[in-house]
Design a protein around this ligand. Structure first.
Ligand code: PRP
Ligand code: URA
Length: 244
């Protein structure tokens, strides 16, 4: 005899016991760096392995591009660990169950032009629904001061998670500028992803935007007199696009 109260045409939702709906609102889920509370260095072996090949001056433009994409994808996997989930019913071929999906508005990837473009494709493969904005900034050669030339981001700023992408965080001028512009436009949840960070840049981000977590594949030693990261990987934009 049928004893359930549920309708025979709409079977009850089955919820796997081990699943819970996570709604973690804050970041800093991973282990922050001991010197910089805003910094998380992602030390996954595959990220570190690929980064060493990337640094090699003999790595070709083609391989450089491919590696930047791969590292960005691996970083995105780590950096999205705390995204909030919401329940969503799913009809499997056998029955209806309670599944989950990432809650809220679509993420926005915001590369800082040019070099940040190299990180977009890898992350977009993992998060195909992500929207993409663009911020154009270059570093003035002599002063190392950032110069803005373009800004276009998806709407719904106050309700989206923004991932600012740039392979290099050197003096921090470009990153600070990009984040300030995003905040000015209304963005409230921003993370900064880079491949190589210098202590100077991380400190500047901490002082100016302490609410913005910085994720890097490496924290390098220092900047040289021309504002290049040591040991670094050289000029990321030039190596990506085969210029100079
Ligand atoms: C590089 C890099 C960052 C910036 C970092 O861009 O991609 O955007 O320098 O330096 P900062 O932390 O001292 O500001 P660059 O100015 O060379 O422009 P490009 O990407 O167009 O080559
Ligand atoms: N921009 C780069 O591309 N590389 C550096 O080392 C510093 C800034």
């Amino acid at each position: 005899m049928h004893t359930s109260n549920s309708s025979p045409t709409v079977p009850p939702v089955k919820e796997p016991a081990a699943w819970t709906c996570r709604r973690s609102a804050r970041y800093f889920h991973a282990m922050p760096h001991p010197k910089f509370p805003n910094l998380t260095v992602l030390d996954h072996p595959l990220i570190q392995h690929k980064l060493s090949i990337l640094r090699d001056k003999n790595t070709t433009t083609k391989d450089f591009k491919q590696l930047v994409n791969e590292i960005a994808m691996l970083m995105a996997y780590e950096v999205t660990k705390d995204l909030p989930l919401e329940t969503a019913d799913v009809d499997t071929p056998l029955e209806r169950m309670r599944g989950v999906r990432v809650a809220g508005k679509k993420l926005a990837l915001v590369p800082i032009l040019r070099a940040g473009l190299g990180m977009v494709e890898g992350i977009a493969q993992l998060i195909p629904s992500a929207r993409v904005g663009h911020i154009g900034i270059y570093r003035e050669h002599d002063t190392l001061e950032p110069v803005d030339y373009y800004f276009k981001i998806p709407s719904g700023e106050d309700a989206r998670d923004f991932f600012v992408l740039d392979p290099m965080l050197a003096t921090g001028g470009s990153a600070v500028d990009a984040v300030s512009a995003l905040k000015h436009a209304g963005a409230q949840r921003i993370r900064f992803l880079c491949l190589v960070a210098a202590p100077e840049g991380v400190r500047r981000m901490l002082e100016t935007h302490p609410d913005v977590p910085v994720f890097a594949a490496a924290l390098d030693r220092e900047l040289n007199d021309h504002g290049y990261i040591l040991p670094g990987l050289g000029d990321a934009g030039d190596r990506l696009f085969g210029t100079r």
